[in-house]
Design a protein around this ligand. Structure first.
Ligand SMILES: NC(=O)c1ccc[n+]([C@@H]2O[C@H](COP(=O)([O-])OP(=O)(O)OC[C@H]3O[C@@H](n4cnc5c(N)ncnc54)[C@H](OP(=O)(O)O)[C@@H]3O)[C@@H](O)[C@H]2O)c1
Length: 303
């Protein structure tokens, strides 16, 4: 439902952003369903925004009206970004380079912070290591492929065949059909991954353990079954694997990570894919599509 509400007033440490693009993430649907409790109703969905600063709070010195910015980690403990204006604390904000479009920036924000937090911050990805990204066509997946490639890793990813060529263009060295029966063997043939980004722990923790290199690190970002675990714990122990559970909402330094992502966007090392755009009235359809449809990259809302 689209409603007129008062334009927010930024607090002392916030800026007011005229939203030019927001993006849709699965977590928006979890908030809507109540499985992640939002702050109360009425609630404005949307975690990511790219746009232009129109006002700044009294304590803000690093931004001015007219600055192009990208923000994320909104829509959870505070109002979201599927709106014409959103107030953003400066610790969830970064400057957006002139050559980067608003839609691409919004598309890459939450998923980019998730990929960075998973691969770089929590799994200490080193140049030259091997990375496995499950579900490379997804919002997180297609950005993780690019972040890993930009970090100098050798990247294997999985996706349905329709997206294999695109993922190779985005930097994947090997792209495998996640539906194949011999997936574990096929991954091992590309080399044992040092770091694995797993968005479906229920399906893949056992496979992760089979294919991982000794002392491999797993970034665990998603599961359906709250009790998802390794089917063979001794095998996990024998390989000395580390599981890093990642939630982008508790990333300690969102602004710094967004700044790094903006640098990758500026030099073309990160090109978030915008599959479709919607207006504000289409947010409901976009949220349903993020659950039901197959597409490469992200769905974006342009208010
Ligand atoms: N922990 C965190 O901080 C965090 C942050 C962001 C997202 N997440 C979670 O991570 C998950 C992915 O998020 P997203 O934004 O990337 O979602 P998304 O854009 O909907 O992508 C999901 C991807 O999974 C693929 N997929 C479907 N079945 C698969 C299978 N059996 N094996 C491998 N891949 C399969 C889909 O491909 P098809 O087109 O073939 O269906 C799609 O590319 C969600 O559960 C989300 O809630 C967690």
């Amino acid at each position: 439902m689209v409603e007129d509400v008062d334009r927010p007033t930024p607090d002392d440490d916030e800026v007011l952003v005229k939203v030019r693009a927001a993006s849709v993430n699965p977590v928006d649907t979890y908030f809507r369903e109540g499985s992640y409790a939002p702050g109360g109703l009425p609630w404005i969905p949307g975690s990511d925004a790219a746009g232009v600063v129109t006002a700044v709070g009294d304590d803000v010195t690093e931004y001015d009206p007219g600055d192009r910015v990208v923000a994320t980690a909104l829509g959870n403990d505070r109002p979201g970004t599927c709106a014409e204006y959103v107030a953003v604390p400066t610790d969830r904000l970064a400057r957006l380079p002139d050559r980067v479009g608003f839609a691409a920036a919004a598309a890459g924000a939450l998923v980019g912070v998730t990929a960075w937090q998973s691969l770089v911050a929590r799994c200490d990805l080193d140049p030259g290591e091997r990375v496995l990204v499950h579900g490379g066509s997804g919002g997180v997946g297609h950005v993780a492929v690019q972040v890993a490639a930009a970090a100098g890793a050798r990247v294997t990813t999985t996706a349905r065949p329709a997206y294999h060529d695109d993922l190779a263009d985005l930097g994947a060295d090997d792209v495998l059909d996640y539906g194949r029966d011999d997936l574990a063997d096929a991954i091992r043939e590309t080399g044992q991954p040092d770091v694995i980004l797993d968005h479906r722990l229920d399906d893949y923790l056992g496979l992760d353990c089979e294919v991982a290199a000794f002392r491999g690190r797993i970034a665990a970002i998603g599961n359906s079954d709250p009790e998802a675990t390794f089917p063979n714990v001794p095998a996990h122990r024998g390989k000395a694997l580390t599981v890093n559970h990642v939630s982008m909402f508790n990333t300690p330094d969102v602004a710094r990570v967004l700044g790094r992502l903006a640098a990758l966007l500026e030099r073309g090392s990160l090109v978030p894919q915008v599959a479709r755009t919607y207006d504000l009235a289409g947010v409901k359809d976009a949220q349903q599509a993020v659950l039901d449809d197959s597409f490469l990259g992200k769905l974006v809302v342009e208010p």
